[in-house]
Ligand binder design. Structure first.
Ligand SMILES: [Zn+2]
Length: 184
């Protein structure tokens, strides 16, 4: 078990290769990652950013089972959903725009207030999952999640108790008991 101090908070994509061994050879430091692409994205290989020394393989090919998705844009590399190791160090983190955010509490809450109005317009009184909204809006899911939580802090939305979280609905700001008479 490594201490919190050793954890990496920066992610670096080292490159891509067509076989896994070649991708592994690119990894030097904790938090380094590489893609295995052979016709299509196959694997994302990561040297665990906690410092435990393990290499993590993440499936990117939905034909072979549950698959993660990655995004590359001007802000960097993003992976969705989170990485949660069920063995070894049991680390749980996300990679978003070349940053590694640890799940035992973000130390700097990402600010996505620019996106809040767009996300609010996609919310209604039935709960929706942030990943579905992200797909509809063509946005990075973590950005939509942060914007939705910003709306919750402002009292404009609520996160429901369903499953492990991530389900949001619009919060009606009118007087209690009267909202159902409004046309929404
Ligand atoms: Zn680890």
């Amino acid at each position: 078990m490594s201490s919190e101090r050793d954890r990496k908070r920066a992610f670096a994509l080292s490159g891509r290769a067509d076989v896994r061994d070649a991708a592994l050879a690119m990894l030097r430091e904790p938090g380094d990652g590489a893609l295995v692409v052979r016709g299509r994205p196959r694997w994302f290989i990561l040297k665990c950013p906690c410092g435990c020394g393990d290499d993590i393989s993440i499936n990117l090919d939905s034909r072979t089972g549950p698959a993660w998705r990655y995004y590359q844009d001007k802000h960097g590399f993003t992976l969705f959903p989170s990485i949660w190791r069920e063995s070894g160090c049991r680390s749980h983190f996300i990679i978003w725009a070349n940053r590694i955010l640890w799940f035992d509490g973000y130390d700097d809450e990402p600010d996505e207030s620019d996106l809040e109005q767009t996300v609010l317009s996609a919310l209604n009184l039935d709960e929706r999952h942030f990943a579905e909204i992200a797909q509809e809006l063509d946005q990075i899911p973590w950005a939509v999640l942060a914007a939705a939580r910003g709306l919750v802090r402002k009292g404009l939305a609520e996160e429901t108790d369903r499953e492990h979280g991530g389900w949001f609905k619009r919060r009606w700001a009118g007087a209690p008991g009267f909202w159902h008479t409004e046309v929404l």
